[in-house]
Write a protein that binds this ligand. Structure first.
Ligand code: ADP
Length: 302
């Protein structure tokens, strides 16, 4: 069983020729309202890949929150643990995407801020039944620290996608088995600028020093630097035409952990995750872009 703990957001996405600068107003070419939030995206990627997945997180008691839960069920996610927050809205993200598929994002976390230690305590039984716990950093850190420690005590593997980037206490890092930063996040966590294989290996070493066994630094279109106990290699991504990289990392994480749950080797899991993420970058939005299992299998067979 997989438990994903994280954020739920509604994304308002405007596609523009160029990104607006401070003080500037630009007309967009296209608008999309789509469900997102890193936690939700990763759970959806896992659910559409047929994982046995429970989601821990919160929505507001607004209509959009209810709609998101209905969609989760269609995506194969167990929603029974999700908290309904009366006093706050479901989280919102405002996203701009330019013609190069580059994006800028501002988030109002809303109900996500109510995912606290007390809530994690109320979810103890599902955490205790997990084989894998997958988390990101769009919810309060106290909840993440607590969930990691409950999962570890029950011998689950803990995967952290440290996004958005922030400093993390060593006490949390020591409870992580697998960490999946992108280049920016790797820099914030290690102080090492990842520009090539040598620097990727150096950044990985810093993370291994905290006791983390597996480091996967995602490198966008270049793929991923995989480092297990200080032995590293580059696993290239699939070559596709990216139109919107929103949720690429999320798809990668959700599918990667599901393949581990399916007893695949990390090497096999990375290939499948690359295929899933390649499909995501060819489509717009977060959850609308996340592929189903049959699409990933078709892509790998082409
Ligand atoms: P994040 O979205 O978290 O910044 P990355 O940009 O590093 O993460 O991308 C995560 C994964 O998504 C990559 O390892 C790769 O599998 C896939 N990916 C991202 N961009 C592309 C691209 N342009 N072409 C193919 N795959 C991509």
């Amino acid at each position: 069983k997989l438990v994903v703990l994280g954020s739920i957001n509604v994304d308002h996405i405007i596609h523009l020729k160029t990104l607006p600068k401070p003080g500037e107003t630009l007309m967009g070419e296209e608008y999309l309202l789509a469900y997102g939030g890193k936690g939700a995206n990763q759970a959806v990627a896992a659910g559409r890949f047929n994982a046995n997945v429970s989601f821990l997180g919160a929505v507001g008691q607004d209509t959009i929150g209810q709609e998101i839960l209905k969609q989760f069920i269609k995506d194969g996610i167990d929603t029974q643990w999700i908290k309904m927050v009366e006093t706050k809205n479901t989280g919102v993200a405002m996203i701009f995407v330019d013609e190069q598929a580059e994006n800028v994002i501002a988030i109002y976390p809303g109900a996500n801020t109510e995912v606290d230690e007390q809530y994690i305590e109320s979810c103890r039984s599902v955490l205790e039944s997990a084989n894998y716990l997958l988390m990101q950093l769009e919810i309060p850190l106290d909840a993440i620290i607590k969930a990691a420690s409950v999962a570890k005590q029950n011998h689950a593997k803990v995967i952290l996608n440290p996004a958005p980037a922030r400093y993390l206490p060593p006490a949390l890092l020591s409870n992580i088995d697998i960490i999946t930063p992108n280049e920016t996040e790797a820099f914030v966590l290690t102080g090492v600028e990842v520009i090539d294989e040598t620097s990727a290996a150096a950044a990985s070493s810093v993370l291994h020093e905290y006791g983390i066994e597996t480091v996967l630094i995602t490198l966008g279109s270049r793929g991923v630097w995989q480092s297990v106990n200080k032995i590293g290699r580059l696993v290239p991504a699939f070559k596709v035409k990216a139109i919107d990289t929103i949720a690429a990392g999320d798809t990668f994480n959700g599918v990667f952990v599901t393949e581990l749950l399916n007893d695949k080797t990390p090497e096999q899991a990375i290939i499948t995750a690359h295929a899933a993420a390649a499909l995501t970058v060819m489509r717009k939005g977060a959850q609308p872009a996340i592929p189903w299992k049959y699409e990933i299998e078709q892509f790998l067979n082409e």
